[in-house]
Design a protein around this ligand. Sequence first.
Ligand code: PLP
Length: 228
Amino acid sequence: MSIMEIKERVAAIREEIAALSGGREVKLLAATKTRTAEEIQAAFAAGIDAAGENKAQEFRDKLLSGAFGDGEVHFFGHLQSNKLKYVVGRAALIHSVDSVPLLRAIDTMAGERGVCQNVLAEVNIGREPGKHGLNPEELTGFLDAAADFCHIKVMGLMTVAPIAEIPDENREYFAKMYQLFIDNQAEKRDNVVMKYLSMGMSGDYRAAISEGSNMVRIGTGIFGLRQY
Ligand SMILES: *Cc1c(COP(=O)(O)O)cnc(C)c1O
């Protein structure tokens, strides 16, 4: 994708978001896996709010090489405990926390590094076997447990919805996520603020925003197909 095309696509997606969100602020994240520093810089110049990576090693390498410039970077892939060191204190937001042991490990490392790490609770809303994320009924226990830690803050929820064959297929899942988000917003818990609802990717961000998402993660829709 040329620099010019990336800028046009970001601008077009912004317009769509504005039309669908009814004035609500929606953060636009570019999923930058496999993309070059030049492509990433073009997306930042076009006004994305943050970049996001899903592999700890790639996240670290790009950070070290300066690929994100001074742009905000998030992490939204599965995190193995031996790779936490690449991410904790370096990602502005870790979207993919789906167990209390992982939350504890992040808290411990954040404490060692003298930072407070913002995270989201990942929910497997489609209950897909083999997919990461808390089952919806596990969310309450997870959020209650956050009170025990003082170097993390749970800032909201994230989901990767099932792959949709047709654009509106995931609406019911997004609606369920929004309900979980709202229900938990009403609860007062230590170290939990329900601020972000991270859902919607290239194939389904329109439906996600219509159902209440305020943070979308878009890769191919901005940069074109990935070449591995
Ligand atoms: C790659 C990725 C995205 C973006 O995927 P596209 O379909 O290319 O928009 C969003 N979320 C996560 C967790 C990803 O790994």
